[in-house]
Design a protein around this ligand. Structure first.
Ligand code: ATP
Length: 940
C-alpha cells in the first residue's frame, strides 16, 4: 500500500503498477487497525483519556497497561498499518484499502472488511471507504474513455444466517447455490447498473430502507447483521490482452461491514436475541476459525461452508481475491477485552495469503477463435514433431523425476502416518490387554477403541485442530461405532467427485460451541418442507454440507481382541472367571449364551439377565450371564454337557468377541447400530428402562441358584450328580428364557422353513419403520440390497426391527420422554428428518453428476416428474423410498440410490461388515472407499 494521500501522481503510479502486473500472485491480506477517538459519553462516563492504547509507530499499537493486567494477551501488536484516533477516514482509505479496492479495475477481485466490536467505527469507516473507492473508479473511467466500462452494484445482508437482497423491493431472501465452476453463487441477487456517483447514493439509501424492513430498532439490528456491498466492474480487456474486443475483464470489490464481534454471551441474554447473537456468532466464529486455519498454512479442512458469511466470502478469504481488513477498536476501558480480541484476530488475519488473478471473460466468439488457434497449433505439431534433442530429453527426464520424488515423499508421509496409527493402536491394545488382566473392564476396551478410532479419523482426514469448532465436532462424532449416530443418517453432502466415507453428526449443534455461547437447537421450522418446489436453503445449509471436505477416506480398522488372545473367552470378566470358563473357546460361545443375554423386543431387560448393580445406568448382562455360567458350571464336564444340550436345541454356532461387536451401519451416514453391546449387553437406551426393583427378584433367584450350584458342586463327588444339576440348570435357564420371550432366534430356529414368510413380513415392517424413523436412504438401500432372504439374515432383520421399533417408540413419545441418544447427541424426529432432507439434497445433486441429460429425462418420465417443472432433481430425490407398500417402487428406489452413491451390488461377504460379526478375525486394517467396493463403516 503506502500511497501518499490523494495526489494525482499517486493515482498514476497506482495505475501503472496495477496495470503492468496482471498476473496472479500470492499475497498476504493487508490488515490495519483503526482506533477511534473516545466519544463525549465515554469521556464523561469513565473520565477516560484514551491513553491505554498508543500507536507507537505506523504499524505498532501497544496497550500501556495502566490498569493491572489480568489476562495473558500480548501488549504490543504489529500490523500492516495502525491509525490513531485523529486519523481521517480518507487517510485510512488511502493507506489501507485503496490499492486493494481498485484492483477491481484490472480484473482482480477484492474485498475490504471492517471487523470490530459494536460501536468501534466499522460503519463509519466503511461508508467512507466505499464512497472513496467509487469516486476513484469513476475518475479512472473518465480518464480512460477508450475502454468500455460497466459498473454494477448489488447489496445483501446476512441476518440470522439468512441472506437478504437489500436492493430488491421486498428485501427478497436469497439462497446460495453451488456452481461447479464459480463456487458459491448467490441466486437472483439484484444487480443495478451504476449510472454515476449520485446514483450510488440513491442505491445506498434503498439499502438503508430495506434494512429497516420489519425492524424496530435500526441501530441494534444493523449491529447484528453483516452487510456486503458489491461493486462489479466489467471492462474491455484489450489494453491488457491484445486488441480482441470480445474479451472482457470482470471483477468485483466487496465492502463488508461485519456485525459487532462481541460475544453473544455478553451482549445478549435470551430468546430471539440470543438466537440472533448465536447466528452472528456462528458467522463470526466461523470467520475466526477460517482465518485461524488459513493463517496456520491451510492445514486440514477450512470450514468455509459452516456459515453463510464465509461461504459468500470464500474467495476473499484465501482464494481469488485481494483482501484488506480494517479492524476497528474503541479506546474505552470497558471495551478492553474486546479490543484485544480484535487485535488477536488482526494478528491472525495478517498471516493469511490470498491468490488473486485476473478474471478474464471470453466471449463465445473469442473462445472459438482461441480454440481454433490451439487446434491448428496441435495439428502442426503432430505433422512436424519437434526433433528430440538431448537437452529436451534431459529436461523431461528431470521433470519426471521431480514428479516421482514428490509422489514418493507423499507416500512416505502417508506411510509414516499409517505406521504411527498402527503403533498407537498396538499400544492401546497392549494397554487394554494389560488393563484387562487387571480389571477386565470392557468399558476400558470400548474407550480405547474410541480413542483409536478418533486417531484413525484424525489421521485419515487430516483434521486435527482440536480448537476448531468443526474439529471439536469431528472429534465428538468420531468414527467409532460406539459413538456414531444410529438412524440419524446425519451425513453431509458430497460436493466433490466421490466420497469415501460417511460422516455422521448433526452438525448444527456445534456451531455455537465456542465455549461460551450456549448450544441452541436449530430452528426446525425451516425443515418442515418436503415440497421440493419450496426453498431448500434452510434444509441444505447445515454446516456439514461440504461432504467432500469433511469426508475423507477413513481407514476403517477392524480389531478383535480375539487376535490378541484368541483363546481367551470374550465374555470373561475376571481372571478367576477366565480360569473357570476357559474350556470355552470363542467358537464354542454359542448363540444360546448370547440369546440368554438378549432382550425382549419391547426393549425391556430380560428377566434372566438379573444380578445387577448398574454403574451409570448400564446393565452388563453379559457379565451377569458369565458369572452365572461360571458359577454354575465350574468344570469342563458340566460345560460340555451344557454345550451339547444347547447345541441340540440350536444348530447355529456363533462365536463372538467383545471387539467383534456387531455393527449395523446405515450406509452413507453409517449411523452404526451397535448390536453387540446393544444386543448382548443391553443397549444404553434399553438400560434406561431398567428399574432396579423389577429385576431384583430375578437377580436374587439367579444369585441363590449360582450360590447353591457352586456350593453344591464343590461338594459333589460323582459325575452323575454334576450332569443332573447341569441339566437342571439348563432347563431352568431355557425355561426362563422362553418365559420372558428373550430369544430372538426362537421362532426362526424352531421352524426355519418359515423363514421366507417371516423374512417378507419383517422386511415390510422394516421398510415402514425406516420411513417412520427417517432412516437414511443409503442405509435402507444397503440393507435392502444386502439382505434378501437368506436364512442367516434373520438375526440382522431381527436387530434392525428392534432398533427401529425402539426408535419409533422414542419418536412417538415426543418431547415428553428422553430422546434416543446416539454418540452423545439426541436423536429426534426433527434431527433425523433434517438429515434425511440433506441426504435427498445430496442425492439430487448426484443425479446431475451420475446421469446424462438424456438419462435424467428418462428417469423423470419413469418417476412421473413433469419435465416442465423446476427442481426436477429434487422432486425425484424426494420421491425415493416413499411408497413403502409398493415393493416395485422400493426396488426401483434402492436401485437408483445404489447407482447414485456408487454402491456395487453387495455380496454376501459384506453382510458381516455391515453388521454382525461373530467370527473371530485377526486384526485387520482396511481402507474402504465408496468408489469400487462400497462398504459401510467397519466395526472397530
Ligand atoms: N474514527 C471516528 N471518528 C469519529 N467518530 C467515530 C469514529 N468511528 C466511529 N465513530 C462514531 O462512533 C459511533 C459508532 O460508530 P459505528 O456505527 O461506525 O460503529 P460500528 O462498529 O459500525 O457499530 P455496529 O457494529 O453497532 O454497527 C458513531 O456515532 C460514529 O459516528
Amino acid at each position: 500500500m503506502g500511497c501518499s494521500v490523494g495526489s494525482e501522481e499517486t493515482v498514476m503510479q497506482w495505475e501503472k503498477t496495477e496495470m503492468e502486473d496482471i498476473s496472479s500472485s500470492q499475497e498476504k491480506i493487508f490488515v490495519s487497525v483503526r482506533l477511534r477517538p473516545l466519544n463525549a459519553r465515554e469521556i464523561g462516563k469513565n473520565n477516560n483519556d484514551g491513553s491505554d492504547w498508543e500507536c507507537i509507530s505506523e504499524n505498532t499499537i501497544i496497550f500501556k497497561n495502566s490498569i493491572p493486567e489480568r489476562s495473558m494477551y500480548p501488549t504490543a501488536y504489529t500490523l500492516d498499518r495502525v491509525f490513531q484516533g485523529h486519523c481521517t477516514t480518507r487517510q485510512v482509505y488511502e493507506e489501507a484499502a485503496r490499492e486493494v479496492a481498485l484492483s477491481v479495475i484490472s480484473g482482480i477481485n477484492s474485498s475490504i472488511f471492517a471487523y470490530g466490536q459494536t460501536s468501534s467505527g466499522k460503519t463509519y469507516t466503511m461508508n467512507g471507504v466505499t464512497e472513496y473507492t467509487v469516486t476513484d473508479i469513476y475518475d479512472y473511467i473518465k480518464r480512460h474513455e477508450e475502454r468500455a466500462f460497466v459498473l454494477k452494484f448489488s447489496a445483501m445482508e446476512i441476518y440470522n444466517e439468512a441472506v437478504r437482497d437489500l436492493l430488491s423491493g421486498d428485501a427478497t431472501p436469497l439462497r446460495l447455490l453451488d456452481d461447479p465452476e464459480r463456487g458459491t453463487i448467490i441466486e437472483k441477487l439484484t444487480e443495478e447498473t451504476l449510472r454515476d456517483w449520485s446514483h450510488l447514493k440513491e442505491l445506498l439509501s434503498v439499502c438503508e430502507v430495506q434494512r429497516r424492513v420489519g425492524e424496530t430498532s435500526l441501530n441494534e439490528y444493523s449491529s447484528r447483521s453483516h452487510q456486503i456491498l458489491r461493486l462489479t466492474v466489467e471492462s474491455s480487456a484489450h489494453e491488457f490482452l491484445g486488441k480482441d474486443n470480445s474479451t472482457t475483464l470482470s471483477a468485483s470489490v466487496n465492502f463488508v461491514d461485519l456485525a459487532g464481534s462481541e460475544r453473544a454471551s455478553q451482549a445478549l441474554s435470551a430468546g430471539t436475541r440470543l438466537k440472533e447473537g448465536c447466528h452472528i456468532n456462528r458467522s463470526l466464529l466461523t470467520l475466526g476459525t477460517v482465518i485461524r486455519k488459513l493463517s496456520n498454512g491451510r492445514n486440514g479442512h477450512v470450514p468455509y461452508r459452516d456459515s453463510k458469511l464465509t461461504r459468500i466470502l470464500q474467495p476473499s478469504l484465501g482464494g481469488n481475491a485481494r483482501t484488506a481488513i480494517i479492524c476497528t477498536i474503541s479506546p474505552a476501558r470497558n471495551h478492553l477485552e474486546q479490543s484485544k480480541n480484535t487485535l488477536l484476530f488482526a494478528s491472525c488475519a495478517k498471516e493469511v495469503s490470498t491468490n488473486a488473478h485476473v478474471n478474464v471473460v471470453m466471449s463465445d466468439k473469442a473462445l472459438v477463435k482461441h480454440l481454433q488457434r490451439e487446434l491448428a497449433r496441435l495439428e502442426s505439431e503432430m505433422r512436424n514433431p519437434a526433433p528430440t534433442s538431448a537437452t529436451f530429453d534431459a529436461v523431461t527426464l528431470l521433470r519426471q523425476k521431480d514428479i516421482q520424488i514428490e509422489k514418493m515423499e507423499k507416500e512416505i508421509k502417508e506411510l509414516t502416518q499409517q505406521r504411527d496409527l498402527v503403533q498407537s493402536r498396538l499400544d492401546d491394545l497392549l494397554q487394554v490387554v494389560g488393563n484387562g488382566r487387571n480389571s477386565r473392564k470392557w468399558d476400558d476396551f470400548d474407550k480405547t477403541q474410541h480413542i483409536i478410532a478418533r486417531k484413525a479419523w484424525e489421521c485419515g482426514s487430516s483434521i486435527s485442530d482440536s480448537q476448531g469448532i468443526s474439529e471439536k465436532h469431528f472429534s465428538n462424532v468420531g468414527v467409532t461405532k460406539s459413538n456414531t449416530s444410529l438412524y440419524s443418517n446425519d451425513h453431509s453432502e458430497n460436493h466433490g467427485e466421490d466420497y469415501d466415507l460417511q460422516l455422521p453428526g448433526n452438525v448444527e449443534d456445534y456451531f455455537l460451541s465456542d465455549g461460551n455461547a450456549p448450544q441452541l437447537p436449530t430452528d426446525t421450522s425451516t425443515f418442515d418442507r418436503p415440497n421440493p418446489s419450496q426453498r431448500w436453503e434452510g434444509i441444505t445449509q447445515g454446516s456439514c454440507e461440504d461432504f467432500d471436505d469433511l469426508c475423507k477416506e477413513v481407514r476403517c480398522i477392524e480389531m478383535e481382541e480375539c487376535s490378541t488372545n484368541r483363546n481367551s473367552n470374550p465374555i470373561v470378566s475376571t481372571p478367576e472367571e477366565s480360569e473357570v470358563i476357559s474350556p470355552f473357546t470363542p467358537n464354542e460361545y454359542t448363540a444360546d449364551q448370547e440369546s440368554v443375554a438378549s432382550v425382549r423386543k419391547d426393549g425391556e431387560l430380560s428377566n434372566t439377565t438379573a444380578a445387577y448393580t448398574p454403574p451409570e445406568n448400564f446393565v452388563d448382562v453379559r457379565k451377569t450371564i458369565t458369572d452365572f455360567l461360571a458359577k454354575s458350571y465350574p468344570d469342563e464336564t458340566s460345560l460340555s454337557v451344557l454345550k451339547s444340550n444347547l447345541s441340540s436345541s440350536r444348530n447355529l454356532q456363533l462365536s463372538k468377541s467383545k471387539s467383534c461387536r456387531a455393527t449395523l451401519t446405515n450406509g452413507l451416514a453409517s449411523p452404526s447400530v451397535q448390536i453387540s453391546d446393544d444386543m448382548y449387553n443391553t443397549p444404553k437406551y434399553w438400560s434406561e428402562k431398567y428399574v432396579p426393583g423389577k429385576h431384583e427378584g430375578v437377580a436374587l433367584k439367579n444369585e441363590s441358584l449360582s450360590r447353591e450350584n457352586s456350593s453344591e458342586t464343590s461338594h459333589q463327588n460323582g459325575q452323575d450328580v454334576k450332569v443332573q444339576e447341569t441339566q437342571l440348570s439348563i432347563n431352568e435357564l431355557q425355561k426362563t428364557r422362553k418365559d420372558v420371550g428373550v430369544d430372538p432366534m426362537q421362532d426362526f430356529m424352531e421352524s426355519p422353513s418359515n423363514f421366507p414368510m417371516v423374512f417378507e413380513r419383517q422386511r415390510k415392517e422394516i421398510i415402514e419403520l425406516w420411513h417412520t424413523c427417517n432412516v437414511s436412504l443409503v442405509h435402507r438401500t444397503y440393507f435392502f440390497l444386502l439382505f434378501k432372504g437368506d436364512p442367516m439374515d434373520h438375526i440382522y432383520m431381527e436387530v434392525e426391527l428392534r432398533r427401529l421399533s425402539f426408535l419409533k417408540e422414542k419418536f412417538s413419545r415426543g418431547n415428553s420422554d428422553k430422546p434416543a441418544v446416539e454418540g452423545g447427541r439426541a436423536l429426534t424426529p426433527d434431527s433425523s428428518l433434517r438429515a434425511l432432507y440433506r441426504e435427498r439434497e445430496m442425492l439430487s445433486r448426484r443425479l446431475q453428476k451420475k446421469f446424462s441429460e438424456e438419462e435424467r429425462k428418462r428417469l423423470y418420465e419413469k418417476w412421473g416428474v413433469s419435465l416442465d417443472t423446476n427442481e426436477r432433481k429434487l422432486q425425484l430425490a424426494y420421491l425415493l423410498w416413499t411408497e413403502t407398500k409398493d415393493m416395485d417402487h422400493i426396488k426401483e428406489s434402492a436401485s437408483l440410490v445404489a447407482k447414485l452413491v456408487g454402491l456395487v451390488e453387495p455380496d454376501q461377504a459384506l453382510k458381516e461388515m455391515f453388521g454382525l460379526s461373530f467370527t473371530p478375525r485377526p486384526i485387520k486394517r482396511r481402507s474402504y472407499s465408496w468408489k469400487g467396493a462400497i462398504l459401510p463403516r467397519m466395526s472397530l
